[in-house]
Design a binder for this molecule. Structure first.
Ligand code: PEP
Ligand code: MN
Length: 338
């Protein structure tokens, strides 16, 4: 059972619900989000009835949710959640394309990238300062220095920044630097301690799908973040591992409508890490938006041949611009905008 409290809820009203749950022999998980506070019942729910809670002051609704994921489930919140990222809405009518290099390299590369991302009409920018690399001998990212380069470049164009957090010890640095969206990469989708920590803040989180994760495992990982009180979660499908070796990963387009049915939260797609080759990116991007994705996370480099990381899959600036034009038409055909 979850009990959804209104936006203006008071501590006394939350306390009354918690006491009622405890009197019935259950415990409460209180998840304080920006839009709503959700109280989850922990224990034998069969003793509970929604009517025990709905008359209490401050209670918006109470419902049994059979699934393991509750706060993120569509059942708990039938309408689409729109996440506000520094004034840019994600999850609503407007499709958002988040573009930028795989990794932050130099100030010049970031300045150029930000210029191209903005010129193409994108409203958010990506770039990794801390890189999860398969080989310990590969470039690991510029670290904190990279965050500063990214910030300087993106602010000039009012582009909110999206960057990956791998180590919880860096969380305060991310917050001090004003990172707008924290990306949790595929390799950390089930790093539950990391998920719990980003659950305690309200910075939006892009939760990438683990490369071998089922939809249900992915939703449960999001529930970890939501249970802590951070309801600003964006799912990102980035391709999964299968027997196929002709491309880097298999873009699971089916995941888009399935997630849209299961959760009220926005769903975006990373066509770059799915295909692994720049020439595949436009086709995968078109498919993603046509299937109902709320946006894309796409790699673009001012000079892909010279990229320090994921050079094969980076679009060049002109390719990004062309892609934006095509995606706008697809979005409009679906009654959306870009
Ligand atoms: C990335 O977006 O740069 C990245 C490392 O992605 P993933 O976690 O999906 O591999
Ligand atoms: Mn990459």
């Amino acid at each position: 059972m979850i009990i959804v409290m209104g936006k203006e809820v008071t501590e006394a009203e939350i306390g009354a619900v918690v006491r009622k749950l405890e009197a019935a022999g259950l415990q409460a998980n209180i998840s304080r989000g920006i839009e709503r506070t959700v109280i989850g019942a922990i224990g034998d729910e069969r003793k509970l009835d929604p009517e025990m809670f709905t008359p209490l002051p401050g209670v918006e609704s109470a419902m049994h949710i059979a699934k393991q994921y509750k706060i993120v489930s569509r059942e708990s919140h039938p309408s689409d959640t729109v996440i506000d990222i520094g004034g840019i809405p994600l999850g609503g009518k407007a499709v958002q394309i988040i573009a930028g290099p795989c990794s932050v390299e130099t100030q010049e590369q970031m300045d150029l990238s930000a210029q191209y991302v903005s010129d193409a009409g994108c409203r958010l920018m990506r770039g990794g300062a801390f890189k999860p690399r398969t080989s310990p001998y590969a470039f690991q990212g510029k670290g904190v220095e990279g965050l500063d380069m990214f910030d300087r470049a993106a602010r000039k164009h009012n582009l909110p920044i999206v960057t990956e957090l791998m180590d919880v010890r860096m969380l305060d640095t991310f917050l001090e630097r004003g990172v707008d969206v924290i990306q949790i990469g595929t390799r950390n989708m089930q790093n539950f301690d990391l998920l719990k920590e980003v659950g305690k803040i309200d910075t939006p989180v892009i939760l990438k799908r683990g490369m071998s994760a089922t939809i249900s495992e992915w939703l449960m990982s999001a529930e970890y973040i939501a249970a802590g009180g951070n309801h600003n979660i964006i799912f990102c499908e980035r391709g999964i591992r299968t027997f196929e070796t002709a491309y880097r990963n298999v873009l699971d387009v089916t995941a888009i409508p399935v997630l849209k049915k299961e959760t009220h939260l926005p769903v975006i797609v990373d066509p770059s890490h799915a295909g692994g080759k720049a020439w595949m990116v436009p086709a995968l991007s078109r498919a993603a938006i046509a299937a109902g994705a709320d946006g894309l996370l796409v790699e673009m480099h001012p000079n892909p041949c010279e990229a320090w990381c994921d050079a094969d899959q980076a679009l060049n600036p002109q390719e990004l611009k062309n892609l934006m034009g095509v995606l706008k038409q697809i979005a409009q055909a679906l009654g959306r905008d870009l």
